[in-house]
Design a protein around this ligand. Sequence first.
Ligand code: FAD
Length: 341
Amino acid sequence: PGATHETDVIVVGAGPCGLFNVFELGLLDLKTHLVDILDRPGGQCAELYPEKPIYDIPALPVVTGQELTDRLIEQIAPFDPVFHLSQMAVALEKRADDRWQLTTDAGTVLIAPVVVISAGGGSFQPKKPPIPGIEAYEDQSVFYAVRKMEAFRDKRLVIAGGGDSALDWTLNLLPVAKSVTLIHRRPEFRAAPDSVNKMLARVEAGEMEFRVGQIAGLEGGDGQLTGVRLRSDTGEDVLEADALLAFYGLTMKLGPVAEFGLNLHENLIPVDTEKFETSTSGIFAVGDINWYPGKLKLILSGFHEAALMAQAAFRICRPDAKLRFQYTTSSSELQKRLGVK
Ligand code: FAD
């Protein structure tokens, strides 16, 4: 975070289509940096349905959302993509040298002649708990994501939620924080049973607390939390806390991409079907976020779009080079890029 990087192509969104851009660009020897607000790649596949089987990926009769993500990561590994995760792409500007400059909310600056928007159904954004006055504490002592575990060292933490994020961060932060209290409105969890069992074992061992109840309010001032008011069957009490981490799930919203100055059509980005370029030269859109006559929001559509986008991106990034059509089966040049031995 905070650093400036120059590259060939910036990809906004690391969903399945964002990832496959890297492959098609890599075959043409173009380097890619990707940005995603999620803390891991995979977009909807990894976030919304990691364990659900997909049946319409060509040549994979059945593959889960997470497996597809893992296989894409393996396939693009030879091209060394650089991921900027847990970061929202917030601004896109044209530079005096005709390249694009993308800035994230963590202060990372990416500079490239080509940008591909693969923002899918939009950016995943946290659902906020309905607690009056919570805004005053956000980003100072109330958080909806963990960017750096160190920020919570020796803090008294209250973690709220019953899904995988809440349980995973409870277990991960336990060795770092001074104390951890997990709260959830009921004793049943949506999280993986294995994480739930691990958490309950930590409670049993006296290393942390688990409380059933709802957050009734926050105590503190100037953005610094001192306590979380918990309403339970037995009444209301205050849990002393330096920080609250609330994991109430995610919703998809178009988000900052709407401010990039691109033409939009019902929150989608219209593109041509020759290059999948937007109405702004040098900016492409691939995957669920784009729109053209006949568009189907399927993963395989995005894969095809990525291949054509890459041809056009090459012409922009390497205006003096000749583009040759080659098969991976027979081209030793492509096989070298792929690291085939
Ligand atoms: P996404 O997967 O939506 O990823 C976009 C990423 O961009 C997200 O991670 C988001 O956080 C990020 N992002 C957006 N804006 C920003 C920003 N400003 N800054 C940082 N990050 C940003 N498709 C099929 O083909 N077959 C199926 O069987 C199938 N089953 C499905 C089942 C379910 C339950 C769902 C929900 C979808 C299913 N789909 C299926 C659809 C498929 O998941 C989508 O077509 C696919 O995920 C689109 O990929 P994408 O890369 O375009 O976008």
